[in-house]
Design a protein around this ligand. Structure first.
Ligand SMILES: CC(C)(COP(=O)(O)OP(=O)(O)OC[C@H]1O[C@@H](n2cnc3c(N)ncnc32)[C@H](O)[C@@H]1OP(=O)(O)O)[C@@H](O)C(=O)NCCC(=O)NCCS
Length: 389
């Protein structure tokens, strides 16, 4: 019989971390790595499944904030370290963990990254944002024109201090972006040991520092060099363009790879847009609306006639009900529904990445007035998170 408990002390946290890492075939944390990981364990946010005294499954969340369409920022749980001991899988341990975590979620919304696409829909998570993985042929890549600002390289100690401040100062620009918690930056430092060869540069414009780029270059079998962008944050288009110019003009680099928003204009930077290849498009943000009325009220809507949505949520039945959505906002109503939608698919349309018409075409939802619903939920910019956790 599986029992879910909230963990509270450091020894339990370390056992939690070890179980999770083994579930993803990684090593248990060394003492040094654990010292860096510990701050990411926040009281009240760490759950484990037990069979008697034995820990057999884990999940936790990090407290953060999330931007929704229209620019409002809401409290958000970033779900991570989901793992079940290999000898206990497919016995409902994850199901018990997810139920308990959701029922006790301290925030109105949660997001996660999924290792497998078939796991999380049943728990009410939908794919709300995707990213494009691009590879650039650096030897033939030319960006015309000069930089408008300045790019300077900083050492690892300076980056540790400056980047969290600069990230906060740049702010959250588009739906899907999240604030980074202190434990995130600590883990980031752990991942970027000197052996990993990470380099950080900072951009400054007329008003001071307004962007940064972290990257690493690896040598491949054929002595070609591949540059992987690890973090690219900017407050304005000039900073974005200058940081691309910097990276494209680096010597001894054959390929550059990065993950960008679906509507990112990176190809248009180059004289020859064909130097930018799309290698993959994959789901980034899995969104779980835990408090549907609050989340529907938090975002803004486009111009169209009002539509009534009937929402079904098997795990959190308080969300069940009908909601009238109009350009003025959203409210619970007692009226007949135009569209019936389960909560995972409401998550999929929430940021405007997927439309009601697409879901209806695939028979995932039923209803009328799809064009109005599409127009209400339409967004000017595609969502992206850009912070891996
Ligand atoms: C993924 C994982 C957490 C699932 O835990 P679990 O305890 O086996 O899950 P449950 O028994 O509660 O399964 C719930 C349902 O999800 C399905 N499911 C679980 N893992 C799945 C997977 N990897 N792929 C497809 N379906 C999966 C189960 O078949 C079950 O479906 P059913 O209710 O229709 O029978 C576990 O296998 C694991 O730790 N894997 C390695 C680490 C990992 O991938 N973590 C996820 C990080 S995002």
């Amino acid at each position: 019989m599986t029992e879910i408990r909230v963990l509270t002390d450091e020894a339990q946290f370390r056992a939690h971390c070890t179980l999770f890492r083994r579930a993803i075939h990684a090593q248990a944390p060394s003492d040094d790595s654990w010292a860096i990981t510990l701050p990411s364990y926040e009281q009240g946010r760490v759950h484990a499944a037990f069979d008697g005294d034995e820990m057999v499954g884990t999940t936790q969340s990090f407290g953060s904030s999330l931007v929704v369409p229209g620019g409002a920022v809401v409290p958000h749980s970033a779900i991570s370290r989901v793992g079940v001991r290999a000898d206990y899988t497919r016995r409902g341990v994850l199901t018990a963990l997810m139920r308990e975590q959701l029922s006790a979620l301290p925030d109105p919304v949660a997001t996660l990254r999924a290792t497998e696409g078939r796991i999380y829909g049943r728990f009410g998570y939908g794919v709300a944002g995707r990213v494009r993985e691009v590879e650039i042929d650096a030897k033939h890549a030319v960006i015309p024109g000069a930089m408008t600002g300045r790019v300077r390289m900083i050492d690892a100690d300076t980056a540790d201090k400056l980047l969290p401040e600069l990230h906060d100062a740049i702010g959250l620009r588009r739906p899907g972006q999240i604030s980074r918690w202190p434990g995130w930056w600590a883990r980031q430092r752990d991942r970027k040991g000197e052996a990993e060869n990470s380099v950080t540069v900072v951009h400054s414009g007329p008003d001071g520092d307004d962007g940064f780029l972290t990257y690493k270059v690896t040598t491949e079998k054929d002595f070609k060099h591949r540059l992987s962008v690890e973090d690219l944050e900017y407050a304005n288009a000039d900073a974005w363009r200058d940081l691309w110019i910097y990276v494209v003009r680096l010597d001894l680099v054959d390929h550059i790879e990065n993950e960008v928003p679906l509507d990112d204009p990176v190809s248009l930077l180059f004289e020859d847009p064909r130097v930018v290849l799309t290698k993959d498009v994959f789901d980034e943000i899995w969104l779980r609306l835990a408090d549907v009325p609050r989340m529907l009220s938090a975002r803004t809507y486009g111009h169209a006639d009002a539509v009534v949505l009937e929402v079904h949520d098997k795990l959190l039945p308080a969300n069940d009900g009908r909601y009238r959505v109009s350009p003025d906002g959203a409210e619970r109503v007692d009226a007949s529904a135009d569209i019936t939608i389960p909560v995972d698919l409401l998550g999929a349309v929430y940021f405007g990445d997927t439309t009601f018409s697409q879901l209806a075409a695939t028979k995932r939802i039923e209803g009328t007035r799809l064009a109005d619903a599409d127009a209400l939920f339409a967004v000017p910019q595609k969502p992206v998170c850009g912070t891996f956790f």
